[in-house]
Design a protein around this ligand. Structure first.
Ligand code: ADP
Ligand code: VHF
Length: 276
């Protein structure tokens, strides 16, 4: 039985895209990716799906706008770049989505939103109102106010976990996490060419976590660990996630058709189903 067939019935879908998938390797805005994303998500929205986009990229777009190649060391310096980049990035989204006659709205969140019931209610109401109007919310972490304890000394929080929180609060059927890698492997495939892809993961145990290695890409912040934490959070909340590569964004159509693409995190009796 194809365990992914039910993905065809997903109605409310959160898509997370990371910085490395929106920028070229030399740090320039990748306009083609913005265009493809706008095309795919607008098409799905018009087909009756409810789409929420969680997009990183404020720092990357801001650095390109200011023509700098190194992140400032200080947190306020980074926050300033993010403020500039967020504005520019929403401008890009607004323009590219409008080519497909699709309106977007910006939502900036901090991960602690779940600890403040009144704020959480406001956030939920805003999502619901936007989705009701068939508008695609574009979510990013509010880097101006985000405080991530010790991590905050060196880097921003990560949108991988934020996207899982968003998927839970909007009651999404599915989180599609798009990355620079085509799924979760038994070891880091960047440094281990013989690594094997897992098609299905049903429980993010400590053993599973131990298979995630090293830091992520130059732009991104999380690496594989934060993607696994996001998946673990979703499984704990009876939700699901597919981790797949962002290279060709029309892959999103195929994922939602139920094709065996990337790694499917879903609660199942087996702990890990190995790749054939
Ligand atoms: N077990 C693993 N399976 C897949 N990728 C892994 C694994 N361990 C470490 N990685 C690394 O995680 C990277 C993905 O994280 P990251 O670069 O932060 O993604 P993105 O920028 O797309 O959000 C991969 O390119 C790979 O180098
Ligand atoms: N708020 C930050 C996001 C940081 C982040 O999580 O980045 P990524 O690892 O590329 O998803 C930004 O927009 O630059």
């Amino acid at each position: 039985m194809n365990i992914r067939k039910k993905l065809q019935n997903s109605k409310r879908i959160v898509i997370k895209i990371g910085t490395s998938s929106l920028m070229t390797t030399n740090g320039k805005v990748n306009y083609q990716q913005f265009d493809r994303l706008a095309y795919v998500l607008s098409t799905l929205n018009k087909a009756g799906k409810e789409i929420v986009l969680v997009s990183s990229g404020a720092m990357g777009v801001g650095m390109d706008k200011l023509n700098i190649s190194k992140r400032p060391v200080s947190i306020p310096g980074q926050q300033a770049i993010s403020a500039i980049g967020q504005c520019e990035m929403m401008n890009l989204y607004s323009r590219f989505f409008s080519h497909y006659n699709q309106t977007v709205g910006q939502i900036l969140l901090t991960r602690d939103i779940i600890e403040f019931p009144e704020s959480l209610k406001n956030v939920t109401n805003t999502f619901d109102a936007l989705l009701e109007m068939a508008i695609i919310p574009v979510v990013n972490e509010n880097d101006t106010v985000a405080v991530e304890e010790l991590d905050h000394q060196t880097k921003f929080g990560d949108n991988d976990q934020l996207s899982a929180i968003v998927a839970n609060i909007v009651g999404a059927d599915m989180l599609i996490m798009l990355s620079d890698i085509d799924g979760f492997y038994d070891k880091n495939p960047t440094t281990n060419p013989d690594a094997t892809l897992y098609h299905t993961i049903s429980d993010v145990t400590e053993d599973v976590m131990a298979k995630a290695g090293g830091e992520g890409s130059a732009f991104g912040t999380g690496g594989m660990i934060t993607k696994l934490k996001a998946a673990r959070y979703l499984l704990q909340h009876n939700r699901e996630m597919v981790l797949a590569k962002a290279e060709d964004l029309t892959i999103i159509f195929d994922i939602l058709e139920g094709y065996e693409i990337g790694t499917y995190f879903t609660a199942k009796p087996e702990i890990i189903k190995e790749a054939e």
